[in-house]
Design a protein around this ligand. Structure first.
Ligand SMILES: Cc1cc2nc3c(=O)[nH]c(=O)nc-3n(C[C@H](O)[C@H](O)[C@H](O)COP(=O)(O)OP(=O)(O)OC[C@H]3O[C@@H](n4cnc5c(N)ncnc54)[C@H](O)[C@@H]3O)c2cc1C
Length: 368
């Protein structure tokens, strides 16, 4: 069996690694640089709290792989299980947190509830108006710049062929599988794996599968370096556009949220931050960490991500085309899932089954 993967973001690169580890001849085709689209723009949050409950088995599978990433990939991708703290500012937040914590427990996620006193004692300086928080101690973050290249290099060491900067001119089904014509020649394979992120719906549509996907860019920013004070990733329980932040090893505070995502034109797919929205964004971020009031923001950015109407990605076999598989449209929460998705796709492609339930994400949910 051989596999062509379209797209060299985190999903494509981790799938290439896990397929190569199973001895499958794998070729990954990326039109740009490895990991340079949504993946590199990510905030880097490895968060399970708040996820759609039937997605938790995949999130747990992924977390186990994040823990093993340094050994597996031969490189530190800066996964740190610092914990994920989510502050509560109002009664809605309280209600939502308690309901989610109770519902998530049978799915294997234990979230601690902190009252205002616990919060101030354990995490001084955060959220002076917060009335409580949830804490998920095993979650954390990793470096979005490092992880896709690390998976691609590890896949290449196992024999996968990684082709960055390669334009795909056409893709079609043949009697034996698929033919992909590119700027570096024509390739054939029995299996085609669509990991094209926000552009994945375009590839699915070529095979008759329409997915209601639109591309948006969450707005991100980073401050000057500050003394090291904040260990966990910090977010908020909010029914609107809650903000989030974390402090990286050099001391800078990376932040996002607080304002709606901006629409991005799918071609050329370059998302950019809107400086005029920074003030509104910081009003929300300062709620999390009041000390940020007097700090300089040194850079802003965004990234083009695919959002599907129901807020869930497409993962699994095509509903129409034998040999075609999809893993795209991660709706702003695919970074945590990346290693698990690659591993699950490799299992599904090689065995025809997957021990982690993927049915809720099947593309057939959009079939007319
Ligand atoms: C600003 C931002 C912050 C985020 N923060 C978080 C977070 O904190 N936690 C979290 O869990 N998730 C987060 N996400 C979401 C997460 O980053 C994405 O879900 C994840 O990186 C998606 O990976 P991917 O491989 O599917 O897509 P991408 O990284 O976009 O990769 C898709 C690749 O396919 C390539 N491609 C497209 N079409 C073709 C073609 N025809 N042929 C060849 N190649 C093609 C593209 O060039 C691209 O490199 C964030 C996303 C953004 C944008």
């Amino acid at each position: 069996m051989d596999v062509i993967i379209l797209g060299g973001g985190l999903m494509g690169c981790s799938a290439a690694y896990f397929l190569a580890r199973r001895g499958i001849r794998t070729r990954l085709i990326e039109r740009s640089a490895i990991g340079a689209a949504a993946t590199v723009a990510s905030f880097g949050n490895i968060r399970r709290t708040g996820r759609y409950l039937p997605q938790l088995p995949l999130a747990h599978r992924s977390l186990a792989l994040w823990r093993d990433a340094e050994r597996m990939l031969g490189r530190d991708v800066e996964f740190r299980a610092t914990g994920h703290l989510r502050l509560i500012f109002d009664e809605h937040g309280h209600t939502d947190m308690r309901r989610y914590a109770a519902e998530a427990r049978p799915w294997g996620l234990d979230i601690e509830e902190l009252d205002a006193t616990d919060l101030r004692r354990r995490f001084p300086g955060l959220g002076q108006d917060a009335i409580g928080a949830s804490f998920s101690p095993e979650d954390g973050s990793a470096n979005p710049r490092l992880v896709a290249p690390a998976f691609a290099d590890a896949a290449a060491r196992l024999g996968a062929e990684i082709l960055p900067l390669t334009t795909v001119r056409s893709v079609c089904a043949t009697k034996a599988g698929f033919a992909v014509v590119t700027s570096r020649g024509a390739f054939e394979s029995a299996i085609l794996l669509n990991c094209a992120g926000a552009w994945g719906a375009g590839i699915a549509a070529q095979f008759g599968e329409e997915v209601p996907l639109a591309s948006y860019g969450p707005q991100m920013g980073v401050t000057e370096p500050l003394p090291q004070r904040i260990l966990p990733v910090v977010g908020m329980w909010s029914r609107e556009h809650g903000s989030y932040l974390r402090q990286v090893a050099r001391g800078n505070i990376v932040f996002g949220g607080g304002v709606p995502r901006a629409a991005v034109a799918m071609e050329p797919g370059h998302a950019s931050a809107t400086p005029g929205r920074l003030a509104a964004q910081l009003r929300s971020v300062v709620q999390l960490l009041p000390a940020l009031r007097d700090v300089t923001v040194i850079r802003q950015w965004s990234g083009c991500e695919g959002y599907i109407d129901d807020g869930l990605p497409v993962i699994g076999a095509s509903g129409l085309q034998p040999g075609l598989f999809h893993a795209f449209g991660f709706c702003g929460h695919g970074f945590q899932l990346g290693p698990g998705v690659g591993d699950a796709m490799a299992e599904l492609i090689t065995t025809g089954r997957c021990e982690t339930p993927l049915d809720p994400f099947h593309i057939a949910r959009f079939a007319k």
